[in-house]
Each structure stands twice: as C-alpha cells, then as structure tokens.
Design a protein around this ligand. Structure first.
Ligand code: ATP
Ligand code: MG
Length: 365
C-alpha cells in the first residue's frame, strides 16, 4: 500500500435500522482521529432517505439511477447496514445494494479481522487477549458461487443438478497476490491457504498450484495449506497459529464467519470489500445487519462501525491513526464499565455513550 493517502474522499451511507444509529458514532471517531493526525477526510452522505426504503416502494429499486457515477469518484464507501424487512424483502435490499457495489466496483477481496478484544467473552475458554489476531481473505467474485449449471429430468427420479465452480487465472492470482502482500506486511509473514484438493480434484489442485506459483515471488512469506475440514477444526483448537488465511469464495465465506465467531466478536467485527488497485471505491462496514429488533432504542453497539472506520484508515496506509483507533476501542472495552458498555456485551450503556467515550479516548490515548 506504500505511502498513506493524504486526503480521503468518503461516501457515507448509513442505510437502515441501527445503521442510522451507529454511523454518527463511526463518523465522530473518524473525525477525532483525522483531527489528531491531520488527515483530510471529506465525508459526504449519500442515500439519506434509505432507512424507510421509499425509493424501493416507489421505483422498485434500492439505488437511484446514476448511483454508479455518483459514487465512482470516492476512495471508499463507509456503509452502515442494509435491511428493512418490514418494507423490503432481505434478498432484494441486499442484492439491490451491497451486491451491486461489489460487482460494479469489482471489490474482489473480502477482508475480515479475527482478533480477540478485551472485555469480550471468548467462546474458546483458554484463549487470552493476544492469542488470536489474524485476517481472513476471501475471494469475492468467482469460484463456487457461479450461476453456471442446470437441471435435467427435473421432477423425475432421474433428476440431475449441476453447478460448476469457475476459477480464472486472473481471479485466483489477484486474490493470492493481495493475501501474500498482506502476509508480507505483518511480523509473522505467514500465509495459510484453504484447500480441498483431496476431494475436489480439478479446481482445488489448480488453486494449490497458483498458491505455489505466486509464492515464488514472495519467498519471505512462509506458506502452508490445509484442507478446509481440518482447517475449521484448527480455527477452534489452535487459532494462535494463524496470521493471514486465504480461501476461495465458498471456503472464505465459511472462514470469515467462523474466525470472528471464535473471538466472540461477530457482533462487533468489521468487514472490508476491497478493490485493491483503488480503481473503484472499496467498502467498509460492520459485519452485523440492520437489527430491526433493537433499532430506534439507542442501545446498538457502535464498535463494528468504528472498527470498520479503523480498517478503512489502515487500508489507505494511515497505520498510526489506525493503531490509535484500535487502542481506543480496546481501552474502552477494558475501562468503560457497565455504564458505558452496551447491553449486547452485558452493560447498560448507550450507542451514543460508547461512541463518545471511544472518540474521547482517540483524542488522548
Ligand atoms: P444480516 O441481514 O446482515 O444477515 P441479520 O439480520 O441476520 O443480519 P443482524 O441484523 O446483524 O442479523 O442482527 C442479529 C442479532 O444481533 C439481532 O438480535 C440484533 O439485535 C443483534 N445485533 C446486531 N448488531 C448489533 C449491534 N451492533 N449491537 C447490538 N446487537 C446487535
Ligand atoms: Mg438482516
């Protein structure tokens, strides 16, 4: 990634439900860190009327005509949450928004941190803060999630259903390059590849072959590979052995939910959908959805949103600012107490209270 980007242009889309509540806290923290480190960040809100999905009800689409042109000039999209099941079915709101961005902006990397934070109950009983700190890199555009295939003799006893995996050399190599570079930037320089070449006999050996080929260019990175079945077991049994883990679309999908789940942080974790070349905007969002059950109550945990902002800064090379933001999040969890911590983590605090507390820590920590 090289030099930090001096000025950033960010499209802000709070979206639906608790997206509306956590976004102001995310922006508060971004503004605080930008001020402290003298980073110029332009934050422009888009699709502000999304929350009640009036556009969908009126026009049958989530995004307005010309949305792509409207967003193209931005470095990144800072995204709250989508989903308003009372008015729009979930598959329509998701396909009409995030999936469009992913496709049209060629966000071919999905990136998620798996990091154990203080004050969060880790489901793996014997793990301490510091034990779990790795990344999952998922291929986000091809692989197992193709629509290539079909059915014959449908509805009869001879029914046959086929769905193909599509791997292209460009598609595989570009996600591997990203994963190798991420591994190279970290102290352990360790990349783990998810495979299943003992069972899936054409596409997975090809994946393995590209991993080995690409590895020649990154001789300072230690690479190993595991079959997906034992790899999932090792996420649970020895997560401290991972640094960067890369997988195809399907394996990456599974690992990028399992990894944060192992740290107990699936509710506060962020996610990046990245176009590494920066030709198109990348998107950073909390993993959680719009949470209609708690929307409007002011009790949503803003950490996923704030951590997504932290990831955004790190992506654009602002290492020190990102490091400070992470320390502020961790310190808030450590020192906040039940008056500050939100109910999902066992406290009685509010979204606004926790967000403001983290912003104040960013200023002084
Ligand atoms: P998606 O539609 O993105 O797949 P979902 O609708 O299945 O997600 P969420 O909206 O993330 O799920 O909500 C799942 C549960 O977690 C809900 O009970 C919700 O209240 C809770 N939850 C989600 N995010 C938060 C948050 N930031 N703070 C507190 N609770 C949350
Ligand atoms: Mg939802």
């Amino acid at each position: 990634n090289g030099q930090p980007r001096k000025s950033l242009k960010i499209a802000v889309i709070p979206g639906d439900g608790i997206g509306q509540e956590v976004m102001p806290e995310g922006l508060k923290c971004l503004r605080a860190v930008a001020k402290r480190y003298n980073i110029k960040i332009q934050l422009d809100e888009h699709f502000a009327d999304w929350a009640t999905c009036p556009r969908y009800l009126r026009e049958g689409s989530m995004l307005p005509e010309g949305w792509k042109e409207q967003l193209t000039s931005y470095d990144a999209i800072y995204f709250g949450a989508v989903g308003h099941p009372a008015t729009v079915p979930d598959h329509i709101s998701l396909w009409g928004s995030l999936i469009q961005f992913r496709r049209e902006f060629d966000q071919y990397i999905s990136l998620r941190p798996c990091k154990l934070l203080p004050g969060i109950r880790c489901p793996l009983a014997d793990k301490k803060v510091g034990d779990i700190d790795f990344w999952v890199v998922r291929e986000n555009t091809e692989g197992e999630y193709s629509s290539v295939g079909g059915k014959i003799f449908e509805g009869t006893e001879r029914e046959v259903v086929i769905q193909e995996t599509v791997m292209t050399r460009i598609g595989v190599d570009r996600v591997l390059k990203y994963a190798y570079e991420l591994a190279q930037s970290r102290p352990k320089r360790h990349l783990t590849s998810a495979t299943k070449s003992n069972g899936i006999s054409i596409s997975m050996p090809y994946w393995d072959q590209r991993v080995a080929e690409m590895g020649k260019k990154y001789s300072d990175v230690f690479v190993d590979k595991f079959h997906i079945d034992i790899l999932t077991a090792w996420f649970v049994l020895r997560p401290e052995t991972f640094d960067v883990v890369v997988g195809s679309n399907l394996f990456g999908d599974i690992l990028s939910d399992l990894g944060p789940a192992c740290t107990g942080s699936i509710g506060v974790a962020p996610s990046g959908n990245i176009n590494p070349e920066g030709r198109w905007p990348s998107l950073f969002e909390p993993v959680h959805g719009s949470a209609p059950d708690i929307a409007g109550k002011g009790i949503a945990n803003p950490i996923g949103m704030i951590w997504a902002g932290q990831m955004l800064l790190e992506h654009f090379g602002h290492k020190e600012a990102a490091h400070t933001m992470m320390r502020a999040i961790e310190a808030a969890l450590e020192r906040g107490g039940t008056g500050i911590i939100t109910p999902d983590l066992g406290g009685a605090g509010t979204c606004e209270g926790l967000g403001s507390y983290i912003a104040s820590l960013i200023e002084e920590i």
